[in-house]
Write a protein that binds this ligand. Structure first.
Ligand SMILES: C[S@@+](CC[C@H](N)C(=O)[O-])C[C@H]1O[C@@H](n2cnc3c(N)ncnc32)[C@H](O)[C@@H]1O
Length: 351
């Protein structure tokens, strides 16, 4: 009992520390940017006391949820303490060194600053851009090498706690296949990026077959390095477009997809949802996690608006108004549920 209490305090202290570090980084970097390369078009965003309290509360609820799920054996507690500190240490100076490039791109509204060597014919038009003014977009090893920490800073150290919210609905969903051997069950993580969700999934599902897909070869290479020392069977990584998954109809038992939908135009979101429906086996579970939306998080509308203004996210404004629940239901999914945790909304649905 006392041990559990101490672990809980340790977990919360680490989370709070990361949150303070994330906030401090953002404050210092924006002051330096305003001094060196001021962007007159960018309005300053001041969080009032009321909003700050709501943010703190919702972050605290997320931590409680994260702790309780681990306490209830939805996933092992060691995942809560699994922080890649060394990796962060190598990524952090690179972020600082790259920051002036990001500021310059933002100031010049230059969103098509991509590596010359890429073959543009291999990517859809909506993808060929510098999302969040990121150097090289998603299309270089350098971009992949600093992405994780950038997201961690953006979410004040809560990114993995939010990604872990996909685990419980997947676990509940897979229980309908309990008579099957676990190694026959396939979980696909679409747009897996640099592997953070895969690591959480492997922790919770040590025996199931896990596959990660993404359109970026560089991000998949980074994911491969990140997950290479995990216990359990090999996690398969496949480079492909979420619009056209290389899986047969009805062949997967669960799909997760984290932080992809806000970066897709509406018609592509619909197409990807269709594709998820096609490849899932009947009774299989779909779990999406992405930014909160206006309909269920009206208190955070200023944050959503600021995100859209400060980062290059051309499809975000439409995304936050998109009624995905209805779309998922209209496709034929049932048991459609959604819930928000801090800055992330999670949908689950059964085919
Ligand atoms: C914001 S990142 C999210 C990455 C990861 N899921 C995470 O939790 O950090 C978006 C990812 O989606 C990938 N992506 C964007 N459009 C895609 C598409 N049409 N098909 C496959 N992957 C795509 C990008 O390459 C990138 O890795």
């Amino acid at each position: 009992m006392a041990r559990a209490q101490i672990s809980k305090i340790a977990y919360k202290t680490i989370q709070q520390g990361k949150s303070i570090a994330g906030l401090a980084h953002k404050e210092i970097s924006s002051r330096i940017m305003n001094f060196i390369l001021p962007d007159t078009k960018l309005e300053s965003f001041n969080i009032d006391k009321n909003l700050l309290l709501k943010i703190q509360n919702s972050m605290e609820l997320l931590r409680e949820e994260d702790w309780n799920d681990a306490e209830n054996n939805i996933y092992p507690k060691k995942l809560l303490f699994d922080e890649p500190w060394l990796r962060y240490l190598t990524q952090y100076p690179k972020i600082w060194l790259d920051m002036p490039n990001t500021w310059e791109r933002r100031r010049k509204q230059n969103f098509e600053d991509l590596p010359k060597y890429i073959d543009k014919d291999n990517y859809p038009q909506y993808y060929l851009r510098n999302f969040h003014h990121q150097t090289d977009g998603y299309l270089s090893d350098f971009s992949a090498s600093i992405y994780d920490l950038q997201v961690e800073i953006l979410f004040n150290g809560s990114a993995d706690a939010m990604r872990r919210r996909v685990i419980k609905p997947i676990k509940e969903g897979l229980s309908v296949f309990s008579e099957r051997n676990k190694s026959e069950l396939k979980i696909l993580d679409v747009a897996t990026g640099s592997g953070r969700t895969l690591k959480q999934l492997r922790g919770a599902f040590p025996k199931e077959k896990i596959i990660g897909t993404d359109l970026s070869g560089s991000y998949l290479k980074e994911a491969s390095r990140y997950i290479s020392d995990l216990d359990g069977d090999l996690i398969e990584l496949i480079k492909c477009n979420a619009e056209d998954l290389p899986f047969q109809d009805n062949s997967l038992q669960a799909i997760s997809c984290v932080y992809l939908f806000h970066e897709l135009p509406r018609s592509i979101r619909d197409k990807v949802l269709n594709e998820f429906y096609r490849v899932l086996e009947p009774s299989g579970t779909l779990v999406l996690a992405d930014s909160i939306q206006i309909s269920d998080s009206p208190d955070f509308i200023e944050i959503m608006e600021n995100f859209h203004k400060s980062f290059h996210e051309p499809f975000y404004c439409d995304y936050i108004k998109d009624d995905l629940n209805t779309k998922i239901e209209d496709l034929g999914f049932h048991n459609v549920k959604s819930n928000s945790f801090f800055m992330t909304k999670v949908w689950s649905a059964v085919k």
